[in-house]
Design a protein around this ligand. Structure first.
Ligand SMILES: *Cc1c(COP(=O)(O)O)cnc(C)c1O
Length: 359
């Protein structure tokens, strides 16, 4: 079977050139005599890989000097707990915005550690919108405010950074990090699992402003403490070395493409073409208000759900994979992260039109 266009929400498609380079370097990385998988994480070869990877991320996101960049394990899910554990700083409450399933998971986990104040929720709209910032009831006594910049399951994305006064702003960017430029200086913490838009699974990028490091109570385990992780350069325990290397290759690929501003233009165009095809059809529809539609995850339903199964089977036959929507919302979802080529989106659009014609 040839390689397909893979619309999976994550783990998701990687740039083919990255996979080829990894394949080519698999047995003997740059004449080191070993695979990256076999290297000591403290040896000179891996230290060079790690250093370049980190510097490329700092460059791509223009991360200011007063931030630490950590590469941890446990996914975004671990951060749902680590954030309150690390930055409540003696306060009893934290503010959360609920824009979908991932916000809801973050809220649930934070509730184990503090009183969670829901400052705004889109639940009444079945998560098809983002509540107006002016209606948010932000509590200035809270330790921080958390939101999810792109809801991977519902296909809802923030197009601007919320204004939350002096509260540290904490953002789960798992599914749209590196898809558009972002002003990191507006944030206290940005975090993202790598398997959506940056590489394979197994690494969580955590960008923390320095004043939020060192606030955790002593009872927090060292591997879950931003301070101990920052002091040891994310090598308190043995890191996911091969995944760091692959993340590094994806970052080099993105730099060669012209960086985040350049990929944003491509992402805007890709998403616009797909939404246009959906909006102009009589068979497909997307429920999200236009201004909040995600550029990364495009959910859509068929007017007749009885056709879903055939749609998916035929799509697979045409080399278009993993289009089934999340089990909680049904229908279809096309995840079109940075690594999805223009040709993949065009192939999907052509297939959808042909399916509509023949049904
Ligand atoms: C996938 C995803 C998560 C969960 O990530 P894990 O790495 O599985 O913990 C959290 N938040 C968002 C927005 C996601 O897309």
């Amino acid at each position: 079977m040839a390689r397909i266009y893979n619309f999976s929400a994550g783990p998701s498609m990687l740039p083919e050139s990255v996979l080829l380079q990894a394949q080519q370097e698999m047995l003997n990385w740059q004449d080191s005599g070993m695979s990256v998988m076999e290297m000591s994480h403290r040896g000179k070869h891996f230290m060079a890989i790690a250093e370049a990877m980190k510097n490329d991320l700092i460059e791509l996101l223009a991360i200011p000097a007063n931030y630490k960049v950590l590469f941890l394990q446990g996914g975004a899910t671990a951060q749902f707990a680590m954030i309150p554990q690390n930055i409540l700083n003696g306060k009893a409450k934290a503010c959360y915005v609920n824009t979908g399933a991932w916000s809801t998971s973050a809220i649930k986990e934070a509730g184990k550690y503090c009183d969670v104040q829901i400052v705004a929720s889109a639940e009444d709209s079945k998560f098809t919108t983002i509540p107006d910032f002016s209606d948010w009831s932000v509590d200035a006594d809270a330790a921080y405010l958390h939101y999810t910049s792109n809801e991977t399951i519902h296909g809802v994305e923030f197009s601007a950074i919320p204004e939350v006064g002096a509260l540290p702003l904490v953002c789960d960017m798992s599914s749209n990090i590196l898809s558009r430029p972002v002003d990191v200086s507006r944030y206290g913490i940005i975090y993202a699992g790598t398997q959506k838009n940056m590489g394979p699974s197994g690494v969580t990028v955590v960008i923390v402003r320095e004043d939020l490091i060192g606030l955790a109570p002593k009872s927090v385990p060292s591997v879950f403490n931003y301070e101990t992780q920052a002091k040891s350069d994310s090598m308190l325990n043995t890191p996911a070395t091969y995944n760091w290397y692959l993340l590094g290759l994806v970052l080099q690929w993105l730099k060669q493409l012209g960086g985040v501003a350049a990929i944003e233009q491509r992402n805007i165009a890709k998403a616009a073409r797909l939404y246009k095809a959906i909006d102009e059809s009589n068979l497909y529809s997307n429920p999200v208000l236009k201004e909040y539609r995600s550029r990364m995850n495009v959910p859509f339903v068929l007017a007749d759900a009885a056709l879903d199964k055939e749609f998916l089977v035929l799509a697979e036959k045409n080399g278009l994979g993993s289009l089934q929507g999340h089990r909680s919302v049904g229908g279809m979802r096309a995840s079109i992260y940075n690594a999805m080529p223009d040709a993949g989106v065009d192939a999907l659009i052509d297939f959808m039109a042909e399916f509509e014609r023949s049904h």
